[in-house]
Ligand binder design. Structure first.
Ligand SMILES: [Ca+2]
Ligand SMILES: [Ca+2]
Ligand SMILES: [Ca+2]
Ligand SMILES: [Ca+2]
Length: 504
């Protein structure tokens, strides 16, 4: 098969902190940013180096194998006229693609751009999939960027690294805005930033050792096991599209793609999510639903709108909101969930500025969480001791999540500072991942409970609570993370938060 199964590993992503990709780095996902050592990530999953048998970080237990395009013919090699033998490739000699047929390409010459062309129809769901890296984030293999142009050669969509970012390969799922011709270019990260003056960095070396890739442009199946389209039967719970998680070949439940159109600014699309009975998180963790949107706009999938407010409720009580966040403000929804429970996910348009092609692609998977708070940790004396996780971004990384429940709860966590530590960075999310907590605050305090200078941060609708490189106080071997909320949104039941701490 052309689409090799990608397990949701276990990828030491932070090792590749110089990887290309600032344009899709909105800070809205738990995938790492790519501009520097990532200290803004609250997810254990993307911050640890996990190997087989390693219990830390093996909590991402999903399978991102998807079968987005149907009738794929693997490996037709008809690209030679366009690649290494033709460095003068352009729109004018773009290679014609057959929808559903994979094609072999090769960015043989550093700086080369490959051009392709296909014909489509308005509203057609298209997957554009580039596969180059045998080993995810291999710095010696090309880090592709794919760009989609309309017939007039205007950029309408682009992707550097697929979402979720499990490799540096590129992938776009989109609905075509019109009948007609489309162009697709494939280039390397370095070529893209240099030709377009993109303010980003790419992984060395610039001259890649492995330059071959496969490109597949195909129609997205409406019957694939992991793709669920809202068929617009209505805007109520009774009209919900049922999402079923199925197990992949690695034994983990597969990631699902949820997609549809916004028929108007008041459109509400409802998905019914059933968490399998046999789903379980690792010891010390809890089950989490990860729901996130693929980026919209010309620097994303070409949709003329982002997703707006998304809510989660129990299917038994659709009016009682468990979690809710504003995706247009950069949020995502990652609430705790229970095995065997049925939920409803309400996906909304932002509510203004109807565009010409308001579609959405989003994804959902169920997985384990960060280590969960274990008990009474309401005072400095009772602070829960965090265990370090492996991370390439820092001397030590600590990850945790918990609940501020009852309202007014205070949680303290202590963590060791390895010798040589000079600063601490920390990020927590609550509102921005769907919790009802508001004015969430994180504070660094010393072992006596006194504030560390510059050690306070608050979350807002558009920004995580985040501290960057706060100097370690003289002589300190241990610090505490204190978290609390200023208030709650009473209509959202979730009281969860998630934090990551990096000691540099
Ligand atoms: Ca890429
Ligand atoms: Ca709809
Ligand atoms: Ca609807
Ligand atoms: Ca608590």
């Amino acid at each position: 098969m052309f689409l090799r199964p990608l397990t949701f590993l276990a990828i030491p992503v932070l090792l590749f902190a110089t990887a290309c990709g600032s344009s899709d780095d909105t800070g809205t996902t738990t995938t790492p940013d790519t501009t520097s050592a990532d200290t803004s990530d609250t997810s254990l999953d993307t911050a640890t180096d996990t190997v087989a048998g390693d219990t830390i970080g093996s909590d991402i237990q999903t399978d991102t194998t998807t079968d987005a395009a149907t009738d794929t013919t693997p490996g037709d090699t008809i690209d030679d006229s366009n690649t290494d033998t033709n460095p003068e490739a352009s729109f004018d000699n773009a290679v014609e693609l057959v929808l559903g047929e994979a094609i072999d390409g090769d960015l043989f010459t550093t700086g080369q751009v490959d051009y392709y062309k296909f014909t489509g129809t308005q509203g057609q769901g298209i997957a554009i999939i580039v596969q180059a890296q045998e080993t995810a984030f291999d710095p010696e293999a090309i880090d592709t960027v794919v760009t989609v142009y309309d017939a007039d050669k205007n950029v309408i969509a682009r992707n550097d690294d697929m979402e979720p970012r499990v490799t540096n390969d590129s992938q776009v799922f989109m609905f075509l805005p019109a009948d007609g011709d489309y162009y697709v270019t494939v280039e390397e990260c370095w070529t893209w930033i240099e030709n377009n003056a993109v303010n980003a960095s790419c992984a060395d070396p610039k001259d890649k050792v492995t330059t071959a890739y496969q490109l597949l442009v195909g129609e997205i199946s409406t019957t694939a096991d992991t793709f669920f389209k809202d068929e617009e039967k209505g805007d109520t719970a009774a009209d919900a599209t049922a999402i079923k998680f199925i197990k992949g070949t690695n034994g983990f439940y597969q990631m699902t793609v949820l997609w549809g159109f916004f028929e108007g600014i008041t459109d509400l699309d409802v998905f019914a999510i059933s968490v399998p009975d046999d789903f379980s998180a690792d010891v010390g963790e809890r089950g989490i639903l990860y729901y996130a949107a693929m980026a919209a706009g010309a620097d994303g999938n070409g949709s003329t709108t982002p997703i707006g407010v998304v809510s989660l409720a129990s299917a038994a009580t659709p009016d009682a909101i468990l979690a809710e966040t504003d995706f247009a403000a950069g949020g995502e929804l990652t609430p705790p969930i229970q095995a065997g429970e049925d939920y409803l996910l309400f996906v909304r348009h932002p509510g203004k500025d109807k565009g010409d092609n308001d579609f959405y692609f989003s994804y959902a998977y169920i997985s384990g969480s960060n280590p969960v708070e274990t008990g009474d940790n309401e005072t400095v004396a009772k602070a829960q001791v965090l265990s370090p996780s492996e991370t390439q971004a820092a001397l030590a990384g600590y990850f945790v999540e918990g609940d501020l429940n009852p309202d007014g709860d205070l949680d303290f966590y202590s963590f060791d500072l390895p010798s040589g530590a000079v600063s601490v960075s920390a990020t927590c999310s609550a509102q921005r991942i769907g919790s009802g907590l508001r004015q969430f605050q994180l504070n660094l305090v010393n072992e006596a409970g006194a504030a560390v200078a510059n050690g306070a941060a608050s979350e807002s609708l558009t920004k995580n609570a985040s501290l960057t490189e706060v100097p370690v106080p003289n002589g300190a071997t241990k610090l505490l993370l204190k978290v609390q909320a200023g208030s709650v949104d009473a209509k959202i039941a979730g009281r969860y938060y998630r934090c990551g701490v990096y000691v540099q």
